[in-house]
Design a protein around this ligand. Structure first.
Ligand SMILES: [Zn+2]
Ligand SMILES: [Zn+2]
Length: 287
């Protein structure tokens, strides 16, 4: 038996761009056969609707309201609800899983992490970091920033991406790095559940806590749910934005994305070469 989970979901209680309250998703996800959802509202430097001048503990309390609303309704109707968040740096977004409200309450510095700190500290505390929709091209993004080293996985299928080729690029990118892949709906409105654009992941066992998801990501045990052909490579996609492929330390490395992809086979659905990241003259390069 497979267990289906939503990995990327926003609520109007905490995300400025969301339409639906946490509780409004529950009935629909259950009807679609999902076992659970992970609420991932926009965090402190993202599109949060929580006033940033609130004292930290109050900020966290407000931030968790969408999750708590979903959890209460989930408990009532029988859908498992878990907590995570999505943080934004310079147009690049990261899904963070494995840390909870109590942890956040004690760690106000989480609002000021660099990408490196985010990765290190989340991992030290038993969580994982996934780069969300890495090739999204939208009006609010100036540069596609790829974090090659400061993530555990890449979200290769994102139902919120307008163009299929963004996901094709993301799949190829994850394969180039040899990183696990995830899929999520990036849902902001419960009405989306009436469409085919509902993504997620299948697990072999029912999650008892968010730690089960963290382990499944790290061990690359996810089976992805997406629309057919969503990540297929259909020729060279258009990239309207410059791409900054950051090295393992989070610095721009000045590499060209097409050269970066070189060595993966263009039109084949499979890209057999999985490169190793090696250190060279103090900074890492992808071989
Ligand atoms: Zn949003
Ligand atoms: Zn999102």
């Amino acid at each position: 038996m497979k267990y289906l989970y939503e990995t990327h979901l926003h609520t109007t209680q905490a995300s400025a761009c969301a339409i639906s309250r946490g509780s409004e998703y529950i009935r629909a996800y259950k009807a679609l056969g999902y076992t659970g959802i992970i609420v991932t509202d926009h965090f402190y430097n993202g599109n949060s609707c929580i006033r940033r001048n609130l004292p930290w503990r109050e900020w966290v309390a407000c931030f968790c309201k969408g999750y708590e609303d979903a959890k209460a309704e989930g408990d009532r109707l029988g859908l498992d609800v878990f907590f995570g968040w999505e943080e934004t740096f310079d147009g690049d977004d990261y899904l963070v899983y494995g840390l909870d409200k109590d942890w956040l309450l004690e760690h106000p510095e989480a609002a000021y992490w660099t990408r490196e700190e985010q990765y290190r500290i989340v991992k030290e505390n038993g969580g994982c970091v996934v780069q969300a929709h890495p090739f999204r091209q939208q009006y609010y993004i100036n540069v596609i920033r790829l974090s090659t080293g400061l993530v555990d996985a890449v979200e290769i299928a994102n139902a919120g991406n307008e163009e299929q080729s963004y996901d094709a690029l993301a799949k190829r990118y994850a394969e180039r790095l040899g990183l696990p892949a995830t899929a999520g709906s990036d849902i902001h409105d419960a009405d989306q559940t009436r469409t085919a654009m509902m993504f997620g992941v299948y697990l072999d066992a029912r999650m008892s806590s968010i730690q089960d998801y963290v382990q499944a990501v790290k061990q690359n045990r996810l089976e992805l749910k997406m629309t057919p052909g969503r990540c297929d490579w259909r020729g060279k996609p258009v990239l309207r934005l410059p791409v900054d492929i950051m090295d393992r330390d989070g610095r721009g490395a000045g590499r060209d994305i097409w050269k970066f992809f070189k060595g993966t086979s263009g039109n084949s659905p499979e890209f057999p070469e999985v490169p190793l990241i090696r250190r060279k003259r103090g900074r890492s390069e992808i071989s």
